[in-house]
Design a protein around this ligand. Structure first.
Ligand SMILES: [Zn+2]
Ligand SMILES: [Zn+2]
Length: 394
């Protein structure tokens, strides 16, 4: 934090794009330059947050999104142009960020944040900014943030309304603490079927404006900036912005006693030499047994579909995908169309016939954290070897 003794270095305004920040007593450009920030969602809020992070000179930005650009995005997305139609949002956003400020290094990640990013990725960033438009993704980020003990900044917009919140595991309410029964019902729509129903179920479009996006994103970026500097934030409290009445007020949420998000992975063991592509199931089980004894097993959070079999055609087809990532249509037999039976598991005991498969071929993403246990204790192994390739910014 700022003390009177600290010298303020004033640079040449003609040579230093960050010159003006030098006048801000607590601002540390080297801290900003060395920071890594993950922005989840490159829509209306994400565009504004990314723009701000780029202008401030945040050194490394991980941009995560699953979507592509359509013309309707152009009214709220400062980083996109009409010529970007059809491109991945992450690619267009990364390019625009580099153009705004070539000092900034970016890494793009295109996928479904709910199931496809290794949890370890969240551990190795300084701040997580959620620029999301649905409860399911917020709930995922919230649970990840608790699991690996990192704060995250949420933003939400609708018409001229906005909410900005910092959630910090163990310090005040978390996102899930704020959910009502109705929220759970809306999220539950997606989980009611064991296989994902059509993607469009989650597209409950919320009307937003470029003004509410820039207002909320500006506050989100400021909260991220404070987190990077180790400054005080207000976790578990919300800043509510009403653009119709111009009321801005703060509210505090109660902590839910039995909130399902409140669980931390402990202890996490970093395996520097392990990667999703090079480490086999057998390798990881061996490491687990060295630590936890011969009865140790590996466990996944969701079911892994090993194969699908059609009783009519008497075929068995290997699948090796997590059930959470499979769509309903995947269950249909390609020959007769009948819904096939699924063989699945969530526990590796050591007698499986696929132990020589690399973890990636069990649908385990880079930088994943995998649970190993015996009857008394649990250990969480991170595929830390993936950090070098997965978290490389350029
Ligand atoms: Zn909670
Ligand atoms: Zn069949």
């Amino acid at each position: 934090m700022y003390t009177m003794e600290e010298t303020i270095v004033i640079t040449d305004p003609d040579k230093d794009r960050y010159h003006t920040f030098g006048y801000i007593s607590w601002w540390k450009q080297d801290v900003v330059r060395n920071a890594t920030v993950m922005v989840v969602g490159a829509g209306a809020l994400g565009n504004e947050v990314l723009k701000n992070l780029a202008l401030m000179g945040i050194g490394n930005i991980l941009i995560a999104d699953f979507d592509t650009i359509e013309d309707s995005n152009l009214s709220r997305s400062v980083l996109f142009r009409a010529s970007d139609n059809g491109r991945r949002k992450v690619d267009a956003a990364a390019e625009a960020v580099k153009e705004l400020n070539p000092d900034v290094n970016v890494k793009t990640w295109h996928g479904d944040i709910n199931f496809e990013m290794g949890l370890g990725a969240f551990r190795h960033v300084d701040a997580i900014v959620g620029c999301l438009d649905n409860r399911e993704a917020r709930l995922s980020i919230n649970r990840f943030s608790w699991a690996i003990d990192r704060p995250w900044v949420d933003g939400a917009i609708q018409e001229l309304m906005g909410i900005v919140r910092v959630f910090w595991p163990g310090r005040g309410a978390c996102y899930e603490c704020t959910l009502t029964d109705l929220d759970y019902q809306i999220i539950g729509l997606r989980y009611s079927c064991p296989l994902l129903a059509r993607q469009d179920v989650l597209q409950g479009k919320v009307p937003t404006t470029p003004t509410s996006a820039s207002i909320v994103a500006a506050f989100q970026t400021q909260e991220a900036l404070k987190l990077i500097h180790g400054m005080e934030v207000q976790p578990g409290k919300a800043m509510m912005i009403n653009g119709l009445t111009n009321d801005v007020y703060r509210t505090e949420y109660p902590v839910k006693e039995f909130c399902m998000s409140h669980s931390r992975l402990e202890p996490i063991v970093e395996l520097e030499g392990a990667t999703a592509v090079s480490t086999t199931v057998h390798d990881l089980l061996t490491i687990a047994r060295e630590r936890l004894g011969d009865e140790a097993v590996l466990e996944f959070d969701g079911e892994l579909v090993i194969s699908m079999s059609c009783p009519d055609c008497e075929t068995v087809t290997p699948v090796f995908k997590r059930m959470a990532r499979l769509y309903e249509a995947a269950a249909a037999c390609p020959q007769c169309g009948r819904k096939r039976d699924m063989q699945m598991t969530h526990r590796i005991m050591g007698d499986e016939d696929f132990l020589e498969r690399p973890l990636a071929e069990l649908d385990i993403p880079p930088l994943s954290i995998i649970r190993a246990r015996n009857n008394e204790e649990k250990v969480y192994f991170e595929l830390t070897g993936d950090k070098e390739t997965f978290l490389t910014f350029s």
